[in-house]
Design a protein. Structure first.
Length: 307
C-alpha cells in the first residue's frame, strides 16, 4: 500500500502530521464521537435516526507563553463538540458533506484554530462505515468566516389571499422596500381546497405544496417577488436586496425543531419561520394574528393602503 493510499484511510491526525507545513502547529483531536441524528437524502432516512461518527483534528497556533494550567488560553475540546452539536441542531441536513463543511467553518471561527480535518461516517447504512473527510484552513483575511456567517434580520410579511388580490399590493411592496430591511413574504394555501388523504405525512406534504402553489401566484403578480425554498437562497437574497416569497416544504421538512403549527395554520407557521430567522417583526396583512408567537406581530387590514 502506497503512502498516499494509506493516508487516505488513516485517522485525520496522521493526515495532519503528514501534511504539516514548515511552521509547527499543535493539534487537538476528537476520536470516535458518535451521535444519533436524523440525516440523509433518501426517503428511508426521514423520520428515523442513525449513528454517525465524528473524528476531528484541529491544528492550533502554539502558545507563546506558559499555559499556566489556564483553560482560557487553549482551544477547549468542548468547542469542537459544541460545534458539532450546534450544526446538528440548526436544521436537518441531507448530506454529510454539508455537515462537514459547516462543522469545519464553525471550528475555524475559533481564534486559535488554523486548520481542521473533519471525518464523518454513517455507521448504519451498510456493511461498513460510509463517510466523507474534508480539510479546511483559516482564511488569511481576519474574521472572514465570521463576516460570511452574518445574516441581516429580515422584515417578514404574511399576506392573506385577500391581500394577494388587493390593488394595494404594489403599494405595500413599495413601502416595505423603503424600510431598507431584507424582505421575506409568506402566504397560505389558496381558497381552493387541497386534496384530502388519510395518511398524515402525505397530507402534510400536500398542504405544504398548496402553500407553494400560492407563493407562485404571488410571484406572478410582481416581478420583484422571487420564490425561494432553501436557507442558502434566503441568505443570498437578504444580502442582495431580493424580495423572497417563502416556499416552505424543504425548510419545514428538514427542520430539527419541527414546528408544532400545521401548514393549514399558515400564519402560525410563518411566525415559527420568522422566529427561526430572527426576523425584526412579522407584519400580518388581512389575517388574524396567531395566539402565540416569539416575534413581535403587527396586524394590518386589507383595505389599509398605508402600512
Amino acid at each position: 500500500m502506497t503512502s498516499d493510499t494509506r493516508l487516505a484511510f488513516a485517522h485525520p491526525s496522521e493526515r495532519a502530521a503528514a501534511t504539516a507545513g514548515p511552521e509547527p502547529l499543535d493539534r487537538i483531536s476528537l476520536r470516535d464521537h458518535i451521535v444519533e441524528v436524523e440525516i440523509g437524502a433518501f426517503q428511508a432516512e426521514r423520520g428515523v435516526t442513525q449513528r454517525i461518527c465524528f473524528n476531528v483534528v484541529v491544528e492550533v497556533q502554539p502558545l507563546t507563553g506558559p499555559v499556566d494550567d489556564d483553560v482560557d488560553r487553549i482551544l477547549s475540546y468542548d468547542r469542537v463538540t459544541e460545534a458539532i452539536a450546534y450544526e446538528l441542531s440548526d436544521e436537518r441536513l441531507n448530506l454529510l458533506e454539508t455537515l462537514a463543511e459547516r462543522v469545519a467553518d464553525r471550528i475555524l471561527l475559533e481564534r486559535q484554530a488554523m486548520r481542521v480535518f473533519v471525518r464523518i461516517e454513517k455507521l448504519d447504512r451498510g456493511p461498513g462505515a460510509l463517510g466523507v473527510e474534508i480539510v479546511r484552513a483559516r482564511d488569511d483575511t481576519p474574521d472572514s468566516q465570521a463576516e460570511a456567517r452574518e445574516v441581516p434580520h429580515p422584515e417578514l410579511v404574511y399576506l392573506s389571499n385577500d391581500a394577494i388580490a388587493s390593488p394595494h399590493l404594489a403599494g405595500w411592496l413599495d413601502q416595505l422596500h423603503q424600510m431598507g430591511r431584507p424582505l421575506i413574504l409568506c402566504v397560505g394555501a389558496s381558497d381552493t381546497a387541497a386534496p384530502q388523504v388519510g395518511h398524515k405525512m402525505a397530507q402534510r406534504r400536500i398542504d405544504l405544496l398548496a402553500i407553494e402553489q400560492n407563493a407562485w401566484v404571488l410571484a406572478a403578480k410582481d416581478d420583484r417577488c422571487v420564490v425561494v425554498a432553501t436557507r442558502t437562497e434566503l441568505d443570498w437574497a437578504m444580502k442582495n436586496g431580493q424580495t423572497s416569497v417563502w416556499a416552505p416544504s424543504k425548510i419545514v421538512l428538514d427542520s430539527v425543531d419541527t414546528p408544532s403549527a400545521q401548514p393549514r395554520d399558515a400564519v402560525a407557521l410563518a411566525a415559527w419561520f420568522a422566529a427561526s430567522f430572527d426576523a425584526t417583526e412579522m407584519l400580518v396583512i388581512g389575517a388574524d394574528l396567531p395566539a402565540d408567537a416569539s416575534v413581535p406581530l403587527c396586524a394590518v387590514a386589507v383595505d389599509q393602503g398605508r402600512l
